[in-house]
Design a protein around this ligand. Structure first.
Ligand code: UDP
Length: 404
């Protein structure tokens, strides 16, 4: 099958850890690779955000990345991309009419969805939508701090009724989508996966001080990832070190506002000497960071899916997480890790301390976590489930309704 992946801001070729580069980039890259390995012809359409990018990059894994000219060829913050989506969709429609006609388009994030639905209407290509994040949830948690375009929620609702199928990544997202007005009959659940060859217990680990327990936390340095709660929680976990992976490269940490804030907080909590920011690291290095840890902590306020807990689990590392979003599916409380309420540094600290003091429990969690990651979250499994969905929508064409 010819499959078009639309990922307007999140290129599979981007360096991760920056403000707008994280799980969606990984998801699109891994899913496309798994589909290509099954014999499908996959092209990822992403916005051209640098002048030197060639129009088409053919990767060794069989996936091609197409850089779509839409707006200036420079970095534009995700929340400022909407005005360029019309150009993006026109360009897609041009390609899909003549050069390369896909059987299905899978759009990632709502703006990709808008571009894909419009191009789909012009060309007859059916559209599958994965939101990755929802405006309703963001607004609820961030209120006035939410920098999304004002009409995002309305567009997302309209998209849910216009595309041929919506693919949610967790049961929590299903509930959110239904609350938002997306008909249940248009929804399927296919969780993200984890690459079990890359993320495995065996392999090199980043050197560490063996005498000091290591708590690892990973992600973009944005407030909602809850790193401040993790730093506060460290007050209840004496002797342990906290390693934070993510954000700009190490050399830029000193001037990064979020990194400086975190360091200041750590100093004022009296844990400055036990909290270490290492900055963003390339994806290939992530497994060795996970393997170096006794426990991964993921403390988001909300989280559409959350790849980092799953990556840690696949490396045989237990997780202490907040009971939000996708984590309530991936982490089984009391079996593969512990779940605590969000924004509660005390609960987080107590859970961490208990786990770090209990070697047997850590071993049991690690074993169950590894088993769960392998059994339930392979990319091959996700690719097979999505192929079935692609087959359904491209065979039985439902009339798409127009997004105004
Ligand atoms: N990641 C990375 N380098 C970093 C920080 C993160 O490669 O320095 C990767 C991480 O391994 C994961 C993704 O970025 O694959 C983050 O995904 P997640 O779903 O946890 O968060 P999101 O960024 O989507 O909010």
């Amino acid at each position: 099958m010819r499959i078009a992946m639309i990922s307007e801001h999140a290129s599979p070729l981007a360096a991760l850890g920056g403000v707008d580069a994280g799980g969606q980039n990984t998801h699109v890259a891994e899913l496309s690779t798994a589909l290509a390995a099954d014999g499908h012809e996959v092209r990822v359409f992403t916005r051209r955000d640098a002048p030197d990018l060639p129009e088409l990059v053919q990767l060794d894994n069989g996936v091609a990345v197409v850089h779509v000219p839409a707006g200036p060829a420079e970095h534009i913050a995700k929340d400022d991309l909407l005005p360029h989506m019309a150009q993006f969709s026109q360009w897609l429609a041009g390609q899909w009419s003549h050069d390369w006609i896909p059987a299905v388009a899978h759009a990632h994030f709502w703006m990709s969805g808008l571009a894909a639905v419009h191009a789909g209407q012009l060309t007859g290509v059916p559209v599958v939508q994965t939101y990755h994040a929802l405006g309703t949830v963001k607004r609820r948690h961030q209120g006035a701090m939410d920098t999304s375009p004002p009409r995002r929620i309305g567009y997302e609702r309209a998209l849910g009724r216009s595309v041929d199928r919506v693919v949610a990544q967790s049961q929590d997202e299903v509930a959110e989508l239904i609350r938002m007005g997306v008909p249940r009959g248009r929804l399927s659940v296919v969780p993200s996966g984890v690459n079990e060859r890359t993320f495995a217990p065996d392999g090199p680990a980043v050197p560490r001080d063996e005498g000091r327990p290591r708590v690892l936390t990973v992600g973009r340095l944005v407030a909602r990832k809850g790193f401040q709660d993790v730093v506060r929680a460290m007050q209840l976990v004496p002797d342990a070190e906290c390693v934070v992976v993510g954000g700009p490269p190490a050399a830029e940490l000193d001037t990064d506002p979020q990194a400086r804030q975190l360091r200041q907080l750590a100093e004022s909590c009296g844990v400055g000497d036990r909290v270490r920011l290492v900055g963003g690291v390339p994806r290939e290095q992530m497994p060795s960071w996970y393997r170096s840890a006794d426990v991964l902590v993921a403390a988001p306020w909300y989280e559409p899916f959350g790849l980092t807990p799953l990556e840690a689990m696949a490396c045989g590392v237990p997780v202490v997480g907040t009971a939000v979003g996708g984590l309530t599916d991936t982490v089984v409380d009391g079996l593969t890790g512990d779940l605590v309420p969000p924004r509660d540094p005390r609960a987080l600290g107590m859970a961490l301390r208990r786990l770090l003091n209990d070697r047997v429990r850590r071993f049991a969690y690690a074993t169950a976590a590894l088993d769960r990651a392998r059994q339930c979250y392979s990319w091959q499994r996700a690719a097979a489930q999505l192929t079935a969905i692609y087959g359904t929508v491209s065979g039985v064409r439902q009339p798409s309704r127009v997004v105004a």
